[in-house]
Design a protein around this ligand. Structure first.
Ligand code: FEO
Length: 394
């Protein structure tokens, strides 16, 4: 398909993917995903990032007869670098513009010779001619060590790599014009952030501080829409998410085999609602994509997790969630923990220990034997009250 002109001399040439089931082999993508590639045409022409390997032919078809002088590599994760070998072969004179940390990855992943690389340093510029100047900003760990962003000075366009990206294919809408399904976009941005970027939040803050002085009219991410109308909104969202500015609400995640453990979750939720908490998000960890749960955990200040003992260990979906929170170094939350058991209480109690070790403020914990009774119900209500009290102090 021919490239879509975003503004004079700047084009979208990326592709939608509706066939991949799990992004990174992990995360469901019910709305698909886009791999965004951009073309900047001056006297010379630059391509910014590529696409996943299985979409390389589609990218080459999109580029068509346009000659590419430079390939700017903002990020080496293979969903963006996968077509480097095909491009290197198709355009033998093309230079690969990247930073020093990128070179070993290009050689290691794709066996492309270093002599093809034009290595830039932080804030270096590259003149394409005809009033198109690219400037490079190193933004390590947003999302990998080599990540950088590229700024088209004259047109105030920021090619931001994964930052500000969303799950979801573009479905024909490239720029965030008002008919774009933006609520889904923003929801999918939160999910992308929590699943993939959240661990690197302090690096996101560093990048935002570095870019603070730039005037930006367009943000061209590697996934999801080009932001124009909503530039301010998505920068603000990224600042809030990476600085952990949460909303007043509680996420309740449970694992339950026969409904006894989930009954505790129901009591906690009912009491929180009675206490005026309007945003309550309840998830069964056993049948919910982890990224949906993580997105809301990164959004709200309150968190309750519970599950039964299972073969003397934490119930597997809850174990997986706890590990995901540990890996991402979850920021502080007002938390509650509950567990149930038939004969071995140890694993049911262990969730609270793990949550405390993560630095969460565990204000309530209960362990239920077999099934709900009046005492357990009272403990669940007390846990909800402790969380509501704490949230009202925030
Ligand atoms: Fe979309 Fe970190 O790659």
């Amino acid at each position: 398909m021919k490239p879509y002109e975003i503004l004079d001399g700047v084009y979208y040439a990326g592709v939608d993917d509706y066939t991949t089931h799990l992004f990174e082999g992990l995360w469901t993508i019910p709305y698909g995903v886009s791999y965004n590639t951009y073309i900047v045409r001056g006297e010379k022409t630059a391509l910014i990032d590529t696409v996943s390997i299985h979409k390389a032919n589609e990218l080459l078809d999109n580029i068509g007869a346009i000659g590419i002088d430079y390939l700017v590599v903002n990020h080496m994760e293979p969903d963006h670098s996968g077509a480097i070998p095909e491009l290197a072969a198709a355009f033998p004179q093309m230079k690969i513009v990247c930073n020093q940390a990128t070179v070993a990855m290009i050689k290691g992943f794709y066996h492309v010779d270093e002599s093809r690389c034009l290595i830039i340093k932080d804030t270096d510029t590259l003149e394409l001619g005809h009033g198109k100047t690219l400037q490079f900003f190193l933004t390590p760990m947003v999302h990998w060590p080599e990540t950088m962003m590229t700024y088209l000075q004259e047109d105030k366009v920021l090619f931001s790599g994964d930052a500000f990206g969303t799950f979801g294919a573009l479905q024909g809408r490239i720029v965030d014009v008002s008919d774009c399904n933006r609520e889904v976009c923003f929801q999918e941005m939160r999910r992308y952030y929590a699943a993939i970027v959240a661990k690197y939040s302090r690096h996101v803050q560093n990048a935002l501080a570095k870019l603070n002085g730039l005037s930006v009219d367009y943000i061209c991410s590697t996934h999801g829409p080009v932001w124009h109308e909503y530039v301010g909104k998505v920068i603000s969202m990224y600042d809030d998410m990476s600085a952990d500015r949460t909303e007043k609400g509680v996420v309740i995640v449970y694992g339950s085999m026969y409904g006894n453990t989930s009954a505790v979750a129901e009591v906690v939720a009912r009491r929180l609602a009675e206490r005026g908490i309007s945003d309550i998000r309840m998830y069964n960890a056993g049948n919910t994509d982890m990224s949906r749960i993580l997105a809301d955990i990164w959004r709200y200040k309150g968190l309750v997790i519970g599950g039964p003992t299972y073969s003397m260990n934490i119930f597997p979906p809850i174990e997986a969630l706890l590990r995901a929170l540990e890996i991402r170094e979850i920021p502080p939350r007002v938390a509650g923990a509950f567990g149930s058991y038939a004969w071995a209480p140890n694993a049911a109690k262990l969730s609270a220990v793990r949550m405390q070790a993560m630095g969460l403020d565990v204000v309530g914990a209960l362990t239920m034997k077999l099934a709900m009774n009046a005492e357990t119900e009272q403990q669940a209500v007390q846990m909800a009250d402790a969380i509501a009290d704490k949230l009202s102090e925030e």
